[in-house]
Design a binder for this molecule. Structure first.
Ligand SMILES: [Zn+2]
Ligand SMILES: [Zn+2]
Length: 276
């Protein structure tokens, strides 16, 4: 499944696809600053206690350069051509960031859910900020993926940034199947129980699956809390099918069925659910 064929079949996704492509292009044009990969042994006890990497004072990953990258992305987008409403919001955010000498630090804190920080357009800043920050964090995420023992986490929130999952992915066949939860913010994928709701406090609840006309995407929902998770059943098209925007039509279907989006999303421009 190519990007273009997906858009031919789902033409209503084209505006968000275009926006996402434009933001990714701008993000590809800013300088990537070096992220310091932590000493994993310093972080081990926090990891075992369920503290996400970026909030661990023992790991002390400095996110300020990622905040600088986010400010650079805003500035690049503000000087380019964007759809009307968005252009005004991006320019207002860019002006706000330029006035603040501590902006890069504050953007980083904001992305980690410091709710004392109230920017003009929080949802938009969260989307653009994480787009830049995820690029900054790539070496840290790769190192973490290599070090992390998956069955020592198995939690409902992201081991890197602490967000709830945006989506899930099923990998493998039959008895060897495993389920990954996918973070829409930092891009980490981590292992979780095959069945079981990641949103309930009582996560012994099982999920029910609904197929929705797609062969590789489905909606898994929990009858207890009404939360649902879009799930990619396959491998090889992660960039497209785990991007969240490419399946916004599933969110509409789920909404029509009375289900609740408890998964974190960067595309509804609402604040993510705080977990940690
Ligand atoms: Zn994350
Ligand atoms: Zn539930």
């Amino acid at each position: 499944m190519t990007h273009e064929r997906w858009l031919e079949a789902h033409a209503y996704l084209r505006p968000v696809a275009d926006l996402s492509a434009q933001v990714d292009r701008a993000a590809g044009e800013i300088d990537v600053l070096d992220a310091r990969v932590p000493d994993w042994e310093d972080y081990r006890s926090d990891f075992l206690a369920g503290v996400p990497l970026l909030t661990s004072s023992d790991a002390s990953v400095d996110l300020e350069p990622g905040g600088r990258m986010a400010a650079a992305l805003l500035s690049r987008l503000a000087s380019g051509a964007l759809p009307d409403t968005l252009a005004a919001e991006v320019r207002a955010l860019d002006a706000e960031v330029r006035r603040d000498p501590q902006a890069s630090r504050r953007i980083a804190d904001f992305l980690l859910r410091d709710d004392t920080i109230t920017p003009l357009f929080p949802g938009l800043l969260r989307y653009l900020g994480w787009t830049a920050m995820a690029r900054f964090l790539r070496p840290v995420r790769n190192g973490f993926d290599g070090w992390r023992v998956e069955d020592k986490w198995l939690r409902r929130y992201c081991p890197t940034c602490g967000s709830l999952p945006a989506m899930a992915q099923l990998i493998g066949t039959d008895s060897g199947r495993k389920r990954l939860l996918c973070c829409g913010c930092c891009g980490t994928r981590w292992q979780f129980k095959r069945t079981g709701c990641p949103f309930c406090e009582n996560d012994a609840q099982r999920l029910t699956s609904v197929t929705v006309g797609e062969t590789v995407l489905r909606i898994d929902h929990c009858e207890s809390c009404g939360g649902y998770l879009k799930t990619y059943d396959g491998q090889g098209n992660e960039t497209l099918l785990l991007s969240d925007w490419s399946s916004l039509h599933l969110d509409l279907i789920a909404h029509d069925r009375g289900l609740k989006r408890l998964a974190a999303s960067l595309y509804d421009f609402e604040p993510a659910q705080p977990v940690h």
